[in-house]
Design a protein around this ligand. Structure first.
Ligand SMILES: NC(=O)c1ccc[n+]([C@@H]2O[C@H](COP(=O)([O-])OP(=O)(O)OC[C@H]3O[C@@H](n4cnc5c(N)ncnc54)[C@H](OP(=O)(O)O)[C@@H]3O)[C@@H](O)[C@H]2O)c1
Length: 373
């Protein structure tokens, strides 16, 4: 054994090269590059793997180097992007759409395409890359929520695709579900708080703050999207719920997920300042719901509830003493109820957002996909 007590046999001498093609060199993409760099020794020693970032692709074009882009060049390209500039204008960059960028690269089994964009435009390319034997890892939820027929295609080679970071950032929610499914234990129900922003909101309401007050506070602190309706509408949670439901085995489409937005229909067409100004109209209604839950010994949470027949996202009063009931703040938490675990669910909890934790999920997936036979 070595100093840490690990058997030396786990330290591989030979190295397998993986060519990483990064779509979306933004906040998360940058954290992935940093983690790949700082984990180089671990990847070589423990897993016999060497990751080389061979291309950075944004919506304007790409930078590519078949032997791997040098660390300093990656750093300058990421800083370039961070300052709001485009890949096509970076030294050595080329203007191209995603189709031409990817066809200029050799997408083969030695490549892994990492999707750190937030667009569904990447979906056909992920499918195509898997078809060529490449690996695919995505933090982008949209491709995993594509029409079911296409999803099925992506999942034909389940060891080649990783999407841990689409649910609960790097927190191993997807891994845990896969693990339970693999055991043969039968899942009965999945229930989770999958939005840090809405977790923050629900905690604030429970403390007695007004709905409008907490939303404004979260907006000011940058905890919400620029338009808070993107969080309050529940669509982001709905996507995560669909991903878990499909992984469990449903054939649901996005339209099958029932979503309760935290604002009425008539608020949807307002501009942002008018929306913010109208929020106090909702204070009484939400305060009432929180108080009613409290009276029943429960806590109100924004929850994704998934069973074999349905996938529902919205407010739910949960037992105060349950894992979800005890949750406070912006953490994500998922309860997996199974036949063998009975009424004591398997619980996974951790940060549900943040570029660095998201990168943990992505790089963990990259290692798994690279080691898959
Ligand atoms: N941040 C988090 O905590 C977190 C956690 C879990 C999952 N995620 C997911 O991770 C993804 C990335 O998030 P982020 O925070 O890193 O966003 P971001 O900083 O906005 O980065 C997105 C990147 O994608 C590029 N891009 C946009 N459209 C593109 C296209 N059509 N083709 C190629 N590149 C394109 C953008 O550059 P241009 O617009 O200049 O092309 C930008 O570099 C999202 O799907 C998000 O939901 C994020």
């Amino acid at each position: 054994s070595n100093a840490r007590g690990r058997p030396d046999s786990r330290e591989k001498m030979t190295s397998k090269s993986v060519r990483v093609v990064l779509l979306g060199p933004g906040l998360v993409g940058r954290a992935v590059c940093n983690l790949l760099k700082s984990s180089r020794a671990i990847h070589a020693q423990r897993h016999g793997l060497k990751f080389d970032v061979v291309s950075l692709i944004d919506s304007s074009g790409y930078l590519a180097e078949s032997k791997g882009i040098a660390d300093e060049t990656i750093s300058s390209a990421l800083a370039w992007k961070q300052s709001g500039k485009r890949m096509k204008d970076f030294q050595g960059g080329s203007a191209a759409d995603m189709k031409s960028a990817l066809s200029a690269l050799d997408i083969d089994p030695s490549a892994c395409v990492v999707d750190c964009t937030g667009t569904d435009a990447t979906t056909p390319f992920l499918v195509e890359s898997l078809g060529k034997g490449a690996g695919v890892v995505t933090a982008n939820k949209k491709p995993m929520c594509c029409p079911f027929e296409m999803y099925k295609k992506m999942m034909e080679t389940p060891t080649k695709i990783g999407f841990e970071s689409t649910v609960g950032a790097g927190t191993p929610v997807v891994h845990t579900l896969n693990h339970i499914i693999a055991s043969g234990d039968k899942i009965v129900k999945i229930q989770g708080a999958l939005s840090g922003t809405l977790g923050y909101l629900m905690s604030g309401l429970q403390e007695g703050k007004a709905y409008s007050e907490v939303v404004k506070e979260a907006h000011k602190l940058g905890f919400t999207e620029p338009d808070p309706r993107d969080d309050l509408g529940g669509m982001d949670v709905a996507r995560k719920a669909l991903i878990l439901s499909r992984l469990w085995g449903s054939h649901f489409e996005m339209k099958d997920v029932k979503v309760e937005p935290l604002f009425p229909e008539r608020f949807a067409s307002l501009d942002i300042p008018d929306f913010m100004a109208a929020l106090p109209e909702l204070d009484e209604e939400y305060a009432k719901q929180v108080q009613q839950a409290e009276k029943d010994g429960k806590a109100l949470r924004y929850v994704a509830s998934i069973d074999e027949k349905s996938c529902v996202v919205g407010l739910k009063a949960v037992e105060k003493e349950s894992p979800l009931g005890r949750l406070s703040g912006s953490d994500n938490l998922v309860e997996f109820y199974t036949e063998i675990y009975g009424n004591k669910p398997v619980v996974v909890q951790g940060a549900g957002a943040g570029d660095a934790v998201t990168a943990v999920g992505i790089v963990g997936d990259l290692v798994r996909v690279a080691l898959a036979k």
